[in-house]
Design a protein around this ligand. Structure first.
Ligand SMILES: [Zn+2]
Length: 340
């Protein structure tokens, strides 16, 4: 998109200065409308403005960069003055959006993404971006969202683990005769081939507190629960879990209290034979209801809406779900996160 030449911009400025009160309101509304449509370009321009003042090098963190011309996309380049560094960078270096092009289409793309459109639907919507680019953009933004994970949980914490079937969806090896795993491919996302827990299952740990904090981690194995929770629980909290030793140890180590929540194991058949007496739900009673509901939501996203995702991208989708939990979640918020 071409920008205004400086002579016309000066003329526009003097016109605005001479405008009446009502005209100013109209202009204000117009500017806000155009800026909301071109949200990415505005964010990048703001970022350039800040970078020109701060001059901080993303490679060595020194605040001593100088302007170093513009790249072929018209983006400001900088170069570090520190003699051991001397590296060049632009405003996107070190962010998930580094080297991404066509920022004028990011805003439109993000509105489709926050509407949960599939890659194919976004391509068909005709924003002028091909399938590969849409896929890459999706994972750039998801990766940015995945970086947000509550550092320390406090108050009443519910912790539990759930499992996803290990997947190599989309791996080229399946069709090229070099399967990534020694098994047959699972068309249409069949379940695991082995029953029960096995290395075909990827454990995901979730801990939530009552202030809305969510911490999720993909574990290499169940033995990693204790170390993963290390430093994540504030002292004086109450940790609720199914009583697995790792949660008890993690709580004790953090100086928190641990409560074992016994989930009654009743099958629909036994309920039918002898209906359980319904107890009135006690407010504030400890349980694992919220963490179980959370697991239901991430399963619905990963296994339902996305029809299964490759395990290497699972963390990105979990981050996407966490981002959606925030109130007032918008594409703009996602963009700000990607550029942070
Ligand atoms: Zn540097």
């Amino acid at each position: 998109m071409s920008s205004l030449e400086s002579r016309r911009l000066n003329h526009l400025e003097s016109t605005i200065r001479a405008a009446s009160g009502e005209q100013l309101i109209t202009i204000e509304r117009l500017v806000a409308e155009v800026a909301s449509m071109r949200v990415a370009e505005v964010a990048l321009a703001r970022r350039t403005e800040v970078a020109c003042v701060k001059r901080r090098c993303p490679h060595c963190e020194a605040e001593s960069a100088h302007l170093h011309g513009k790249d072929k996309n018209g983006r400001q380049r900088f170069r570090c003055r520190i003699s051991e560094c001397r590296r060049t960078f632009n405003i996107l270096t070190g962010t998930p959006m580094a080297r991404a092009r066509m920022p004028d289409r990011w805003g439109q793309y993000l509105s489709y993404m926050t509407d949960h459109c599939s890659v194919r639907k976004i391509v068909e919507a005709g924003i002028g971006v091909n399938h590969t680019t849409v896929w890459r953009w999706r994972h750039r933004f998801l990766k940015a969202a995945a970086q947000d994970n509550t550092a320390i949980l406090s108050g009443v914490i519910e912790a539990d683990e759930t499992f996803f079937v290990r997947s190599c969806k989309g791996h080229r090896g399946w069709v090229k005769g070099r399967p990534p795993e020694p098994r047959a491919a699972r068309p249409r996302a069949w379940g695991a081939t082995k029953r029960g827990l096995s290395d075909e299952q990827v454990p995901v740990l979730t801990a939530l507190d009552n202030a809305g904090g969510v911490y999720e981690a993909i574990l290499p194995s169940l033995a990693a629960i204790e170390t993963t929770l290390d430093g994540r629980i504030a002292p004086g909290s109450v940790v609720c879990s199914d009583g697995t030793a790792a949660y008890v140890k993690a709580a004790v180590k953090a100086g928190a209290e641990h409560r074992r929540v016994v989930v009654p194991t009743t099958t629909p058949v036994t309920v039918k034979v002898a209906p359980l007496p319904t107890k009135r739900r006690q407010k504030g009673r400890l349980g694992l209801g919220r963490v179980n509901a959370h697991h239901g939501q991430i399963k619905a996203l990963v296994n339902g809406r996305c029809r299964g995702v490759a395990t290497r991208y699972l963390g990105n989708y979990l981050g996407w779900h966490r981002a959606m939990l925030h109130e007032g979640f918008t594409g703009k918020a996602l963009l700000d996160r990607a550029l942070a």
